[in-house]
Write a protein that binds this ligand. Structure first.
Ligand SMILES: [Fe+2]
Length: 336
């Protein structure tokens, strides 16, 4: 198939990926994990909910941890920012027009917000028009802990119909920076979609869904990444450093994946390349080109390919359990 044309005048203005809402079993334990290992800053803890932000983030939260033993290990939604309250109203009208759902929600420390869904198989996306602004801590070096995490960068979700998902989200103005097609069927296996000035806000991969594979945060350098891993080991979470460090090839992504105490997967990445000029073209990868996907080292462990966070109340369906073809796929070129 061919990827749709980029929509330059979308029905409303999404500006970036902004916040994730996770359910956790033990809030104290999770807050300790996120602050000591990753280096998140606590913006507020109230009513069994912790609001965390990275050291470079001035908006109130990029991670919301909600204590709930029954729902622990699931996510309520991923969040995106829009430019204004007017965009929330336009978004509501758009989702209702295309047969989706959109409901205004009350959120502490957020301006006008809207919970949206395109329907079965799609992740719930909360749109937010503004947040309370706090002081950045990036220059307060004495307070920084663990990986000194800077900011939220992107989500990766599994969806059972990646081709339809591409159509729905590109209609909202998302630009593709990279996509992978199945060499046999021509269908979309994965796509990197962007609204800000780098290659990804929302990555979607063909697999049983909707599920949330990971949320990625930017760290300053490799040393910050390794320091987080070392502290994870000190705190007894050494085996929860799941995959990496390694490189994804384009878009120059050095990565390290962690699992938090409830199994939510967090990716640390180094600052991504710029991707913003309208004439810039996406990379296209073949499903058999494992050497581009992970240029060196071994591929991810099987649990990385199969295990993902479910969205609360949404039973994943359609598609295979695991995303990506394996690097040990005999079709992948190997040195002989
Ligand atoms: Fe990622």
């Amino acid at each position: 198939m061919s990827i749709p044309e980029v929509v330059k005048d979308p029905p409303f203005n999404i500006t970036r990926a902004s916040h994730v809402r996770y359910y956790v079993k033990d809030l104290d334990r999770s807050v300790e994990f996120y602050t000591e290992i990753f280096g998140f800053v606590v913006s507020a803890i109230e009513n069994g909910i912790a609001y965390l932000r990275g050291t470079e983030e001035s908006c109130h939260h990029s991670v919301v941890l909600m204590q709930n033993a029954d729902k622990a290990g699931t996510s309520e939604c991923i969040g995106m920012r829009v430019a204004s309250e007017d965009d929330i109203h336009k978004a509501k009208a758009h989702f209702e027009a295309v047969g989706g759902t959109a409901e205004i929600v009350e959120r502490p420390h957020q301006g006008l917000s809207l919970m949206t869904r395109f329907g079965e198989g799609f992740p719930p996306v909360e749109l937010c028009s503004s947040m309370t602004v706090l002081t950045r801590t990036m220059n307060d070096f004495r307070s920084q802990k663990g990986g000194r995490v800077l900011r939220l960068d992107h989500y990766q979700c599994a969806v059972p119909d990646a081709t339809l998902a591409v159509k729905r989200f590109m209609a909202l103005g998302f630009r593709p920076s990279k996509y992978t097609l199945d060499e046999d069927t021509g269908k979309v296996l994965s796509i990197f979609l962007s609204r800000k000035n780098n290659p990804h806000d929302l990555v979607m991969a063909y697999a049983m869904g909707p599920r949330l594979h990971h949320v990625a945060f930017v760290v300053s350098d490799l040393q910050a990444m390794l320091r987080a891993a070392d502290i994870a080991a000190n705190m007894g979470y050494g085996r929860d450093v799941e995959h990496g460090p390694g490189r994804h090839g384009p878009p120059n992504g050095v990565f390290l994946y962690f699992r938090d105490p409830d199994g939510h997967r967090i990716e640390f990445i180094l600052p991504p390349m710029q991707f913003m000029d309208p004439e810039d073209q996406p990379n296209t990868w073949s499903s058999t080109d494992g050497s581009s996907l992970v240029p060196w080292g071994n591929g991810p462990p099987q649990k990385w390919r199969e295990q993902m966070t479910h969205f609360d109340g949404l039973e994943p369906a359609g598609g295979p359990l695991a995303r990506w073809t394996s690097l040990t796929d005999p079709r992948h070129p190997q040195k002989t």
